[in-house]
Design a protein around this ligand. Structure first.
Ligand code: FMN
Length: 198
């Protein structure tokens, strides 16, 4: 059975990143009709920031994966391991990812579990699979309008744990009026048709 992990981060019910990410998921379901969806809503249920317990568990090599301090980390990693496809919808917040998504990352990128540290660098431990990341931006992402600490960062994070098939659908200019929004929605539909043809 095909499994899709859908991660949404915007707290706005009419969020563009939610809407477009759900369109991507709907297309995957159309292509894989019996697909199961794991919903991970980081706005409704934000993962806690790493606390002292998690720090100590991560920094102590003898601590096993079944330690209770890794319970949430294991649950979130398990969702990722189960997924054949991952769909993420997220706004840009101050040139980077929202803190809720950063917290999720801090739970799933874990030494001795999802990556190994070697003298040559970090080696990802997860099976590669397609990840579709819809990013929403009030401003523009071209023409030097603003820095982008989000796209390369997310690519590096997934690469660290072994996932290289990362595809970005960038929805920008969303605070620039209805015509700009209309253009974005048309472009998003074309992007989905191109990357996930029926
Ligand atoms: C706290 C905060 C920070 C933001 N930072 C940026 C930013 O750095 N660049 C940008 O283009 N838009 C920024 N925005 C605008 C949002 O990215 C934009 O409104 C987006 O559409 C929100 O996503 P959503 O439609 O999925 O809810 C920010 C919005 C908020 C609330």
């Amino acid at each position: 059975m095909t499994t899709i992990l859908q991660i949404l981060t915007s707290p706005r019910p009419n969020s563009f990143s939610r809407r477009i990410a759900c369109d991507v998921t709907a297309r995957l379901v159309a292509l894989h009709p019996r697909a199961a969806i794991i919903d991970r809503d980081l706005a409704a249920d934000p993962p806690p920031h790493p606390d002292l317990d998690l720090y100590e568990a991560i920094l102590t090599p003898a601590v096993g994966d079944d330690d209770p301090r890794f319970a949430l980390s294991e649950r979130l990693i398990g969702e990722l391991e189960a997924a054949d496809f991952v769909v993420i919808g997220t706004p840009m917040n101050n040139f980077s990812v929202p803190s809720t998504l950063k917290s999720w990352i801090d739970h799933i990128v874990r030494i001795r579990r999802t990556f190994r540290s070697t003298p040559e660098g970090k080696i990802g431990q997860l099976r590669d699979r397609p990840v579709f990341i819809v990013t929403s931006h009030g401003g523009y992402m071209s023409g030097g309008y603003q820095p982008d600490f989000m796209t390369d960062y997310l690519r590096a994070i997934f690469e660290t744990i072994g996932i290289r098939q990362v595809h970005f659908l960038c929805a920008d200019g969303l605070s620039r009026g209805p015509e700009s929004v209309e253009r974005v929605l048309v472009q998003a539909k074309a992007w989905i048709d191109e990357h996930l043809p029926i």
